[in-house]
Design a protein around this ligand. Sequence first.
Ligand code: COA
Length: 256
Amino acid sequence: MFENIIVEKDGPIGVIRLNRPRVLNALNRQLMKEVSIALDDMEKDEGIKVVILTGNEKAFAAGADVSEFKDPKGPDMLFNYRFFEWERVATFLKPLVASVAGYALGGGFELAMMCDMIVAADNAVFGQPEIKLGIIPGAGGTQRLTRLIEKHRAMEYILTGKFMDVWKAYRMGVVNRVVPVENYLEETKRFVKDLISGPPIALAVAKDTVNKAYELNLREGLDYERKMFYFLFSTQDKDEGISAFLEKRRPDFKGR
Ligand code: COA
């Protein structure tokens, strides 16, 4: 069904593997459509609790497919390259973790930053090299990277296109864990294990509310958080979580 990605399920963990190895997983539009469809499926599948987005050992993704940028002019891009499939990644409801080995450049870095967390192999390299092509990031890089590592450091990477090695990325808070490249996907699965038995509705609300911290001012964000907090008191999972604590047993969350 898919030509540019491989979709696997390992019990409650969904894995979407970007699969254009010949071009270092350059993100063409067909690939992004497939990612968007796979995410739709996994969002609806109650058996899937968490999703990992990954590539291969050499590249998570070396950016948007530059060959698609050769001919179009501004108006062509405006009307035909709307990034809807990319935004789909940022609006996915379940926990979504990027498992990055090798290059995560340009759109590849932007895609990883759209995920909730990043586990990186010790050979991972990040960067926004678009400036070297005479353009700038177009899928959120100028905004998300600036919020992640602050203005002056983001300027350095976006204005020069230089690469960021994995330990620098770790020190700056871009990645959550650095793991050996030999078993980076297994390590990522271990990393997401804690999320599997979590309350699905509260997890969806939690990630949405954290993401709101990017968009709202503090007062609006606090108001939003409080409303979401009250909302969760209407779920069966809240009754189960509180009862389980008081009864000194493990909760059995149903996502209701
Ligand atoms: N779009 C399209 N094709 C790409 C690509 C991209 N973003 N990144 C790599 N490729 C292709 C190369 O053209 C090459 O294809 P070929 O074998 O038909 O010539 C193949 O992938 C392997 O890449 P190559 O450059 O030979 O590998 P390398 O190990 O020497 O260098 C990079 C790796 C990542 C440093 C280099 O490929 C690169 O700079 N890529 C572009 C990064 C970029 O500018 N991304 C932002 C795009 S907006």
